[in-house]
Every structure is written in C-alpha cells, then in structure tokens.
Design a protein around this ligand. Structure first.
Ligand code: DAH
Length: 352
C-alpha cells in the first residue's frame, strides 16, 4: 500500500509537470484530487488493512494528498501569472493610435442664423416676442394698412385655412411676421391705454407663402421683425440702429445704403443694402454686379398702424424692419438654392 502511494504521488507529480494550461490543470485536479481520485480511494480502502498498517498508511496517504494539493496550488498560481503576462503583452493598448471621432449633432443652419440675429438685436435692447403662426386676415393685412383690395395683397399669395366660423375675417398662415407688431402693440397699450409704454422688440418666426418652390422661393421661411415705438423716435434712429446691426452681423467694415421703397405699414419705407461682402463692392455674380446686397425692409411705422395698435400717432412714433435669416445665410455662404434648407440632405447640414 505504501509503495502504491509512492507511485500515485510520482505519477501525479509527473503529469502535473506536463499541464501547461489552466484547462489541463483543472482536468488534473479532477483526476488526482477529487473524491474519485486514486489517493482518495486509498482512504476508502482503510477497512481492509490490519490494525498496525492502518495508522501508517493513513498518515502517508494524508501526506501525499497534502503534497499534491500544495503542488496544485503552486502550479495554479504559476499558470495564472503566465496567463496574465500574456494578456498584458498581447492586449496592450496603443495610446498613440488616433481616436475614432464621435458623431456630433448640431443646430440647423436656419436656426443658427435666427439665433445669431436675435442675439445681436438682444444686445441692442430688442426683447424677443413670439407671436402666432396662424393669423386672421385682419391682423396679417387689414390692421397693417392693407385695405381689402389693395394690390400689395397679391404680393403675398396666402395659405388660407378652412374656418367657416371666421366669417369675413378668414384665417391664414401668416405671410410675414408683421402681424406680431399689432399683437404686441395691443398687448402693451392695454397695460396703460392713456400712456402706453415704449416698445423695443424682435419678433422671430416662420412665415408661409403659397408660391411655386424654386431655387429662390420656398413655401415656408423664417423672418425676424423689429419694432421700436416711443416718443420722439426718428428716421435717424432707424438708420443708426440698422447700420449698427449690419456692422455687428457682417463686420465692422460693413457699409450700408438705404433705398426708398414701399410697404403699406410704413411711411416712409426703405430697403437696406449692405456692400457686397463677396467682392467688396466691385461687382460679382452674388451681387449681380451691383456691388450691393439687399438685406431687409424697413420704415417709420405708419400712423394708421400705430393707431390700430392703440398708440396715438400724434404722440408716438416708431420704426420697424423685417429680414430673412435664411437669405443672410445664403449670401454669407454663397448658397445658390434656398431648397437646401428643408431638403434634409445631411451633406448640406454637416457643413454648418
Ligand atoms: N413684412 C415685409 C415682408 O414680408 C418685411 C418688412 C418690411 C417688415 C418693412 C417691416 C418693414 O417691419 O418695416 O416682405
């Protein structure tokens, strides 16, 4: 029996030396240390031994078992260390490799320019005032001094809305942000009808026109309207404010000019041009060789419009202007087609 134990030990240690992987080691443990292993079977055979042999064999069997356990623990530790070393060297991270760029979302170019304009006007004291997209004919036209059959109404073919209950004041999608002027003036003047407060607001929003979609016109587009009403506001204030706006928007060197124009809700009216920032005024395809780019419409608020807003035109005066943020983006980036804005082409959007 003692010889057998010796050979069990030698055999086991021999095969252990050949176990080179953690899997082989586990296999070895099952064969040599589990309940069904040879050493353990020696314990179960103790009953067949004589009283003198029993303690000797018992002691020896225990020793062999402990030796094998110790050898197993040592080998197990060695293999684990080796596996770790291997992993460290093969899974080494190369910190000099370039990273994979994360895809970032961004604001739509039309939103960017809308916000930029509002930020500039905000710095100049114009508070944002939002007004509704669905308007009445009265607000969109009549109160702004477009009489029912005024030819200017045809400039803005409109999306009318089926609202039979509206009667002779049909509803439509606003064709410009100007009706917000009336809503704001009525809201402010209602605060103190005898002595209404001064107003300085910027009205951003989507406008809608029932038009053929082409490279130059879309059925919906943004506008930003400005309105200043108070006592002693002059045409000089209009020019100074808008020229300063152009400098902040297009750069310190931006030169502007005012051209007489016509809008029913302002008198006098003018369009403001900025010197072409593509050619510096020399003439190029973007400015159609004129050297100037039209940027906005403006004018002194018409007395009828002040009246309709609850402001006495003999006491109050004001100026207003309206511009298209998308048009400014197009000029700045030499875009030749307005349809890119709502085309959802990622190749266009990613450039901003
Ligand atoms: N509402 C005009 C348009 O849509 C733009 C405009 C012109 C607004 C002159 C104004 C203004 O407030 O004074 O074409």
């Amino acid at each position: 029996m003692l010889d057998k134990l010796k050979s069990i030990e030698n055999n086991a240690l021999d095969t252990l030396a050949g176990a080179e992987t953690l899997e082989a080691l586990e296999q070895w443990r099952i064969e040599n240390l589990s309940r069904s292993s040879e050493v353990m079977s020696v314990f179960s055979k103790m009953g067949t031994l004589t009283a003198e042999e029993r303690p000797l064999v018992g002691q020896e069997a225990n020793k062999v078992k402990q030796k094998l356990e110790a050898a197993f623990a040592e080998k197990s530790e060695t293999l684990k260390q080796e596996a770790m070393q291997k992993a460290i060297s093969s899974e080494k991270i190369d910190v000099t490799l370039p990273g994979r760029p994360a895809k970032k979302g961004g604001l739509h170019p039309a939103t960017v320019s809308l916000r930029r304009i509002l930020a500039i006007l905000g710095d100049m004291g114009f508070q944002a005032y939002t007004s509704r997209d669905v308007e009445t004919d009265e607000m969109n036209f009549q109160a702004l001094n477009f009489p029912p059959h005024h030819p200017a109404r045809e400039m803005q073919d409109s999306f009318y809305i089926d609202a039979p209950e509206a009667g002779d004041n049909p509803m439509l999608l606003r064709t410009h942000t100007s009706p917000g002027q009336i809503r704001a003036m009525r809201e402010y003047s209602a605060l103190d009808p005898q002595n209404p407060p001064a107003i300085r607001i910027a009205l951003p929003g989507m406008c809608y026109r029932y038009e053929q979609i082409t490279a130059r016109s879309e059925v919906q587009f943004y506008q930003v309207e400005g309105l200043a009403v108070g006592k002693n506001i002059t045409y000089g204030d209009l020019k100074g404010t808008l020229a300063e706006f152009a400098r902040r928007m297009f750069g310190e060197q931006a030169r502007v000019r005012f051209r007489a124009s016509y809008f029913p809700f302002t008198e006098p009216s003018a369009e403001m041009d900025v010197e072409c920032f593509v050619c510096g005024g020399k003439g190029c395809p973007v400015c159609k060789n004129s050297g100037w780019l039209e940027i906005l419409g403006s004018g002194m608020v018409h007395p009828v419009v002040l009246q309709n807003g609850g402001y006495d035109p003999t006491v109050y005066s004001g100026f207003a202007f309206g511009m298209g943020p998308q048009r400014q983006t197009m000029l700045l980036h030499k875009m030749n087609d307005i349809r890119y804005f709502w085309g959802n082409d990622i190749r266009f959007l990613q450039q901003f």
